[in-house]
Design a protein. Sequence first.
Length: 306
Amino acid sequence: MGLTKAQTAVLCVAIAATPAAWEWNVNRISLNRAAIAQSKLEAIRSQEEQSSSDLDRLRAESARLDAALAEAEVDRGHYEAALRKLETLKARVRGLLTAANYRWPDDLPYVRVPKTVITSLDDQHRPKGGVGELALELYGITAQEKAPTEQALANYFHGIDDLMAASAYVTNLPGVQTGRFTKTVIVPPLGQPLKALAEETRLRLTDVLGAEREKLLFGGWDEGAIQFFWPGNLWKISEEPQAMTVWVEAAGLNGGGPRYGSSRSSKWGGTSGEGRWGFDIPGPIAERFFNPWLEQFGITNSSPNE
């Protein structure tokens, strides 16, 4: 009762505004809670989508692994079957090798032969120390043994070439055929240096192949020899000289260009040929003695033996 009209008006406004303020505050709190709930819901949805994607990826990976496992099982079955066949074949071959009453097996690619026969088979060696496919099969030379075996043989051949080139000399032997120009080079016996090289090669091959296979592969060569024409035809050039002759006919048949050829001989035989592919002269000797001489006739020779 003691309030003035102004104070009464202010009090009335305050009383009237209190419920509105309370209502506004309640609404604000509700909106904040709704926003938080919505944010959590979006996060849950995002996690669910990521989980679904991961699950699909894992299912695909599981399917791939199942397929790989099934394929591996099939491959293992094939491998085990092949292994059984191989073991059966090995057992049969061992039986054939040890059987006293041996028979030629028509259904196998192998036959039993004495080791002493191996050295008489052809295609054992190739020029400059290569080992032929037949020799690899005959001697059971593995992939790991092939490279050091060929290297030892190559060193032997190259060493022979160097020894021959160092000791060779030109002779004045006359040509035996009219109309031909000839040049002859003599290579004296290579003696102990070649025998030492042969012994070194023998030891290297023995380290790689063992004594038995070395003897079959290099037997006879270890005395300071080389092989010509066919297995067993050894030239013991450590003990006997060689003669190498190159000839030129200035005018070929029908007025063509000059013809040329070569021959090589020793106590144990000889070989000859015509043209570049029949030029059987070791590269170092050809370069030192014969190629410059051939160039005087307009012949450029590139020997396959170089």
